[in-house]
Design a protein around this ligand. Structure first.
Ligand code: HEM
Length: 294
């Protein structure tokens, strides 16, 4: 039985860094993958760092063909939604997601990872994240209410035993900038109708509008996913880092199509107040698969 990367499920960490890399030489993908697989956390019990290491799905398939799900694809084409709404594709070759209790430890680790990879890859995108008011995203709503618990999350997120890529998962990483002035100009009841839940305590509305965010991403319709969303950015320019895992990429890609209005013709109202800036899929292999690259 394979083991998932532990950082996927490491809840409660208050500092995050997402480093997305582009290979300098596509011929040297095996060396690049083995440098990534050699990343180690500091040997300490109190100031530890969790890593989640992911690969562009096609790159992973090249490097470990017997251990890759056959039909997972990169975010290679933008999604052209209703009313000229666009979700851009900004696919990179690899992701290192660091999380821990304090940014100083992550900062030093992130710098050493970038240095170790310097001859093989450039840093394409860097985002740091932190929690806001315990469990809220920067819209002020509680994020994660409909997440599976940690007992159920592995079944939702991980490829099952016996298939290529077992204990791996598909990650959608998508950075969304918030249109703060427009959002904050909305009265609370309209914000609640936009989300489909109450703002104070995250109760699902009895009659949620069909364009509400939770109606457009309804897991009873699209299948279950496991989210680790985090706020990112500065005081003047900020939003949500969407971090969503699934055993089946289709659940994530259909949710995006639904939000863009491509399934029922109804676009997610939240997309009028938030703008996706990035979009990448990564395959996150099991610990055993990573170890086999050393
Ligand atoms: C600006 C970006 C986003 C923000 C601020 C946001 C925020 C929220 C909030 C506040 C909820 C309600 C509470 C909860 O169940 O967590 C929610 C639900 C949910 N969101 Fe998002 N979200 C964003 C983007 C996305 C994206 C891109 C996806 C999928 C690809 C997604 C999938 C979901 C799902 C599956 C649910 C639960 C739906 C259900 O009730 O079954 N979200 N989100």
């Amino acid at each position: 039985m394979n083991t998932p990367q532990a950082g996927i499920f490491a809840l409660g960490t208050s500092s995050h860094a997402y480093l997305e890399f582009d290979m300098l030489d596509a011929q040297k993908r095996k060396e690049f993958a083995s440098t990534l697989a050699a990343i180690r956390e500091p040997r300490t019990t109190t100031g530890g760092v969790n890593f989640v290491i992911g690969f562009r799905p096609e790159l992973w398939r090249d490097v470990a063909p017997a251990d890759a799900p056959p039909d997972v694809k990169g975010f290679d084409q933008q999604i052209q939604g209703k009313e000229e709404f666009i979700m851009p594709s900004t696919q990179h070759d690899a992701l290192v997601w660091l999380s821990g209790s304090a940014y100083d430890v992550l900062f030093d680790m992130a710098r050493s990872i970038i240095n170790d990879l310097a001859k093989q890859a450039s840093l394409g995108e860097e985002t740091s994240s932190w929690p806001y008011r315990h469990d809220r995203d920067l819209t002020g709503f509680i994020d994660g209410s409909e997440n599976p618990t940690l007992l159920d999350a592995p079944e939702v997120a991980l490829l099952p035993d016996g298939v290529p890529g077992a204990a791996g998962t598909v990650l959608l990483l998508q950075k969304w900038k918030h249109k703060v002035d427009e959002w904050e100009a909305l009265p609370i009841d309209q914000q609640e109708r936009t989300m489909g839940r109450t703002k104070l305590d995250s109760l699902e509305l009895d009659h949620k509008p069909s364009d509400s965010h939770v109606a457009r991403t309804d897991q009873d319709e699209f299948g279950k996913i496991f989210r680790r969303n985090m706020p990112y950015g500065t005081v003047a320019d900020h939003g949500t880092m969407f971090v969503g895992f699934s055993a089946d990429q289709k659940r994530l890609s259909r949710m995006l199509e639904s939000m863009a209005g491509l399934i029922t013709g109804t676009r997610d109202a939240l997309t009028r107040f938030t703008q996706p800036l990035t979009g990448s899929y990564y395959f996150i292999p099991s610990v055993e698969s990573l170890r086999s690259l050393r």
